[in-house]
Design a protein around this ligand. Structure first.
Ligand code: CS2
Length: 492
């Protein structure tokens, strides 16, 4: 049995493996991160790792809001883990050292709150996925009846939700006269900084209007655009990486070479020099966010639902099919691009070209099922916002509507062969109930699902150009299946 990756075994690694170029004992923690999943470990934690040699005050205390899995993996490894960068050309390995400590929030609430309230903590960042904001996806406002929000308002000292932890820590700082930390969201939400600020301000107001004013006036929530494709780690990845390292890393993360981070430069308490690690600081992130959400994530979700239904396990498998590639290229060029208004200098053609190549990366096994998760939280910013903009111009929305229709078929929980689909979504049970009421009729299914206001709002269900396009696509998906539908839609 090989040794475990740790401080003690770092010296045993093959020389090609990059490792921290700073003394970890000198590092202090300036960031508390909520949601220590694979994405954070392949993205922000690497940008931090890149600058700790220049400024050691920005180490990360990382918290899992639910499961102890990451703690169990990283604690015996002194927080160290391997980043694998894979493409068709091979694999490069690097050990990342920026995570100093992992906290499992549910069993160490006070420990986490203390770390967040500590004056040395100047940034609290988050990757808690869309649903972690406890908001209404269609409007971006706090869902005041969300069970975690109801709980956290009643038990502010024992929060469960990310907003609940942030507000209790901010309240402690407010009472103690310590300046608030910057709240840095790194999730794929539209105007993510504004959304988190809106959610936090409303939540604070509900507990105490004076505190609400403090949050509104004093807490900075810069928006960010984050981008790196990070599929879930597989056992095969673990095995391959163990062999290459000669030591065991229980939870390495695997990603692509591409990485991008665009951030609004609003950090009243200071920030790491992330520009030296390739991050871009701008005054307005929104055009970049919209570009990424609509082109990358919109295509991803479309590929996930159509690809899953067509029997493709991964994005690369679906994209190896020329009809899928043509559909996605058409979606991006004809239906999404006209809705984007980029600052001068942004090269959309190069971005889209690179995206197609990234989706085709044969070394990343990014499962369609993984991306299909939480569609109720993703559809509004990935497809529906684009559809609204197109309808305003009276422009066609066919391919976008096909993506929505594929989602509808997917959330019925039954695939094209009658086998069950493991639908993971906070609204899964509700969607399934509606699907069951439709009794297998695509027309009724569309009607049932359009009525879900949290996703489609009040406008889209009343727009026949939208309902007609989705309905027609759904009828075709039921009649011909996903593979044939995509082939027919993307004839050269
Ligand atoms: C994906 C994203 O799982 C998903 O929904 O679309 O995680 C995607 O890989 C990232 O946003 C890429 O930056």
């Amino acid at each position: 049995m090989p040794k475990r990756l740790s401080e003690a075994s770092l010296a045993d690694l093959p020389s090609a493996v990059v490792r921290p170029r700073y003394d970890r004992r000198e590092v202090s923690s300036g960031i508390v991160h909520l949601g220590v999943g694979a994405f954070h470990r392949a993205h922000q934690a690497v940008y931090v790792d890149d600058v700790l040699a220049q400024d050691p005050r920005w180490g990360i205390v990382a918290a899992s809001l639910r499961s102890p899995d990451t703690y169990d993996a990283l604690e015996p490894q002194n927080g160290l883990y391997t980043l694998s960068i894979r493409s068709g050309e091979g694999e490069a390995l690097r050990v990342v050292g920026s995570i100093q400590r992992v906290i499992v929030a549910p069993r160490a609430v006070e420990d986490l709150l203390r770390a967040m309230a500590d004056p040395r903590t100047r940034i609290v960042s988050l990757t808690v996925t869309e649903k972690g904001y406890c908001h209404d996806p269609a409007t971006g406002t706090l869902n005041e009846s969300h069970p975690d929000i109801v709980h956290d308002l009643q038990n502010p000292h024992r929060p469960r939700s990310a907003p609940g932890f942030i507000l209790e820590a901010l309240r402690r700082r407010w009472v103690a006269g310590i300046a608030p930390f910057t709240v840095l969201t790194c999730d794929n939400l539209p105007s993510n900084g504004h959304t988190v600020k809106r959610v936090l301000t409303r939540f604070a107001e509900l507990s105490d209007p004076a505190f609400g004013r403090f949050v509104a006036d004093e807490v900075s929530c810069p928006s960010t655009m984050v981008d790196r494709i990070v599929p879930a780690t597989s056992d095969e990845d673990r095995r391959r990486i163990r062999e290459a390292l000669g030591v065991t890393d229980v939870w390495p993360v695997v990603t692509e070479r591409f990485t991008q981070w665009i951030i609004e430069d609003r950090f009243p308490q200071g920030r790491p020099p992330w520009e030296n690690a390739g991050a871009e600081f701008v005054t307005d992130v929104e055009p970049y966010e919209r570009m990424k959400l609509r082109l990358l994530n919109g295509s991803h979700s479309t590929l996930a639902y159509l690809g899953y239904l067509a029997g493709y396990e991964t994005v690369a498998d679906a994209m190896a099919e020329s009809a899928f590639e043509r559909l996605i290229a058409g979606l991006m060029d004809e239906e999404v691009t006209p809705t984007l208004h980029m600052p001068t200098g942004a090269d959309l053609d190069a971005y889209k070209y690179a995206l197609i190549e990234r989706f085709k990366n044969p070394a990343l096994r990014h499962r369609t099922w993984q991306i299909a998760m939480d569609g109720s939280q993703k559809l509004p910013q990935r497809l529906l916002g684009t559809i609204r903009d197109r309808l305003r111009e009276n422009a066609p929305v066919e391919r976008l509507a096909l993506g929505v229709a594929a989602w509808m078929r997917y959330v019925t929980g039954i695939d094209e062969n009658g086998a069950p689909i493991d639908v993971r979504d906070p609204m899964a049970a509700h969607l399934r109930e509606r699907a069951d009421r439709a009794g297998g009729s695509p027309e009724q299914l569309a009607g049932e699902l359009f009525a879900v206001r949290e996703i489609f709002g009040d406008d889209l269900p009343n727009d026949e150009r939208f309902t007609g396009a989705v309905g027609a696509a759904l009828v075709q998906l039921y009649a011909n299946g996903s593979k044939r539908t995509v082939a027919e839609w993307s004839q050269p």
